[in-house]
Design a protein around this ligand. Structure first.
Ligand SMILES: [Ca+2]
Ligand SMILES: [Ca+2]
Ligand SMILES: [Ca+2]
Length: 649
């Protein structure tokens, strides 16, 4: 609920005025220890292990790099998938988590599926809706009400935005199965889902998730999610697979790649190349377990088909699970092997270039295999380091490095084999969509995943012509502003950019910024009262609200100063060239904050003298002669006579 950066100011005011700031005590969750499995369970667990192993296989045996006209492709043959697991716990209810290796699956279930040995469940502990509501200082009903209100707002935002990238759900099911199942829906109208059959409701949820993603990602190439509901067994009260998803192919060295020798998931590679690099394959493949709706996880359990994020007990929120899995397919995933540290066919991927180990000070693409192997076990020391996530992560009260804004990735101990690192840390609070535990109460506005996508190269392209949107011509720039005066900040949007913007002021030439206006309508101008902060290094930055990638900055420094006094002043001095020789006939100008120009011409010894100026006033002073140009600098008349030599740089 305290996902402050993601919602409009109006909503926040409404929430805070109703409740005051919501306390989020950082109390540890109670870990419920599982019971040891019987022999019977073990044989079923081994089958489950084999199923998970198949989906999450990270070996590259037989995965060929094939060179095409535009770059190199590797078909992943259904490996490197992310698997959503479910289990029913007598105390915390139905829980779901996403894993990318068998070791992570073992930690989710709290037991080694191949040996039956108990292992710590810790990082995947499920959280009941009662616990989440309590964490926010609310009753369950209040929590549901506000979750729904915020979700509705973010859905409206997603659907109202121009969806220049369209994401297509490709229904791969046959007659009468999965998406084509004609059995009557459990509840017609469940959570706003108007489908009358189970199949129609499933497709509605997938299409709704695609619409939410479409609102945030721009691509000139249609993104296809090959999708099916199939039986995935075993599935029992000891747990099962809810579904799996991932990219079908990865690509490197195509036209438009930001980095050479770097793998990109197909959807992002296609966007940047401006064409479908793998016409025979969908971008993402997603398979979900139809048996969940037969209650295989326990009596009365099933998928929740509502679109409102108000999931009741004993239901798996399919919409959130699908949003999460599409996120992996769009590029929230590394293709390195966390166990061996080996890169996919010898090349890094765009995701791991942002994985930063703060112990070694190295990014994953800068490491050796052995260093990566160690880093995968370096709990709490591997962070996502991307400018867009860093600038937007301030709403996190845990799971973030406050100094840099970097967000922790999931590297739990004691994983024997090393973690996949394809999730944010479970320590993040409030919970994030791309944490491995798919918790109750997650918002469906994609939270920091939007910034993560920008960090890997999903640039804003409103017109879908493969030319990034830009903010240019930011003013004020190079002039003098008087404390307390009213100034119009202006900027130009190119490429049809129309999202909300945040406007910031720097008084140190662009090193740091503080907010002037946050998340305001993008009208191209903003009326601003100049604060009483003296500086000769002022800059204005206008950026997409919540992002840093898509920003425009004043092209040169401006001055902020006191209003001038009325006593007279003179600026005089010499005009000299680079060799120190005097320059005659140079036109010297002094321009005041109103734009009034005062000028003088240097004499044969290079001397100039501008009179009738005002003491305590700032001027932009410059000189121009035939082969000399002394660019403008800001000077303030501190005395009656101010001696300033203008020397060619
Ligand atoms: Ca394709
Ligand atoms: Ca968390
Ligand atoms: Ca464009």
């Amino acid at each position: 609920m305290r996902r402050l950066s993601c919602f409009s100011a109006a909503l926040l005011v409404l929430i805070f005025s109703s409740f005051g700031p919501l306390p989020i005590p950082l109390t540890a969750q109670k870990v419920v220890e599982p019971a040891a499995p019987s022999l019977n369970d073990l044989s079923s667990d081994k089958q489950l292990a084999a199923l998970i192993r198949g989906f999450t296989d990270r070996s590259t045996d037989g995965l060929e790099s094939v060179a095409y006209i535009d770059g190199v492709e590797v078909g992943l043959q259904g490996r490197f998938q992310n698997v959503v697991l479910g289990r029913l716990d007598s105390k915390s209810g139905l829980g779901a988590g996403c894993v990318s290796s068998l070791e992570e699956a073992n930690a989710f279930f709290g037991r080694d599926l191949e040996t039956g040995k108990l292992v710590p469940r810790g990082p995947f502990a499920a959280e009941s809706i009662e616990a989440v509501a309590a964490r926010h200082g609310m009753s369950v009903d209040e929590f549901r009400f506000y979750s729904k209100m915020l979700s509705d707002a973010s859905i409206a935002d997603a659907l109202a935005a121009p969806a220049s990238s369209s994401i297509i759900i490709q229904n791969n099911n046959g007659v009468n199965e999965g998406f084509n199942d004609t059995v009557a829906a459990f509840v017609v109208g469940e959570g706003g889902n108007a489908g009358t059959t189970r199949g129609a409701q499933r497709l509605n949820v997938f299409n709704f998730a695609a619409a939410i993603w479409s609102g945030f990602l721009d691509s000139p190439v249609t993104i296809t999610v090959g999708s099916q509901f199939n039986p995935l067994s075993p599935c029992s009260t000891s747990g099962g697979v809810l579904g799996s998803a991932g990219a079908t192919t990865v690509h490197r060295d195509f036209s438009g790649a930001e980095f050479a020798g770097t793998w990109y998931s197909q959807a992002l590679a296609n966007k940047r190349a401006g064409s479908d690099l793998s016409p025979a394959n969908p971008d993402i493949n997603a398979t979900f377990n139809v048996n969940i709706d037969s209650g295989c996880l326990g009596a009365g359990t099933r998928f929740y088909y509502g679109l409102d994020n108000a999931v009741p007990a004993n239901r798996i929120n399919l919409l959130v699970v699908v949003l999460h899995e599409i996120g992996h397919g769009m590029g929230f995933q590394t293709f390195a092997n966390g166990t061996s540290g080996v890169l996919l066919n010898g090349f890094p991927d765009i995701y791991l270039r942002r994985m930063f180990d703060q112990s070694s000070g190295l990014y994953w693409h800068q490491m050796t295999d052995v260093q990566r192997q160690a880093s995968a076990l370096n709990t709490n020391n591997v962070l996502w380091d991307g400018p867009n996530v860093n600038i937007a992560s301030g709403f996190l009260t845990a799971g973030r490095d406050a100094a840099t804004g970097r967000v922790h990735l999931f590297t739990p101990n004691p994983f024997q084999g090393g973690s996949s690192l394809s999730h944010f840390s479970t320590a993040a609070s409030p919970n994030l969509l791309m944490e491995p535990s798919i918790n109750v109460g997650l918002p469906i506005d994609l939270d920091l995943t939007r910034q993560q996508m920008r960090d890997i190269g999903w640039f804003r392209d409103t017109t879908s012509d493969n030319v990034p949107d830009q903010i240019t011509g930011v003013f004020p720039s190079g002039n003098i502003l008087i404390f307390g005066s009213n100034v119009s900040i202006t900027w130009t949007n190119t490429g049809g950019f129309n999202r909300n913007v945040t406007i910031e002021l720097s008084t140190n030439g662009g090193t740091t910024y503080s907010a002037i206006a946050t998340n305001i309508a993008n009208t191209g101008s903003y009326s601003w009262t100049v604060p009483s902060t003296p500086t000769t290094q002022g800059r204005i930055r206008v950026r997409e609200a919540g992002f840093i990638d898509l920003a425009g900055v004043s092209s040169s420094n401006f001055t902020m100063s006191l209003a001038p006094s009325s006593s007279a002043a003179i600026i005089a001095g010499r005009v000299l060239d680079r060799e120190g020789q005097s320059v005659r006939g140079a036109v010297v100008t002094a321009i005041d904050p109103d734009g009034t120009v005062f000028s003088a011409v240097s004499n044969s010894f290079g001397y100039y003298r501008i009179e009738e100026l005002t003491a305590g006033q700032s001027y932009v002073l410059s000189a121009r002669a035939k082969s000399l140009n002394v660019s403008g600098r800001v000077v303030t008349t501190e005395n009656d006579l101010n001696v300033i030599d203008l020397i060619e740089e």
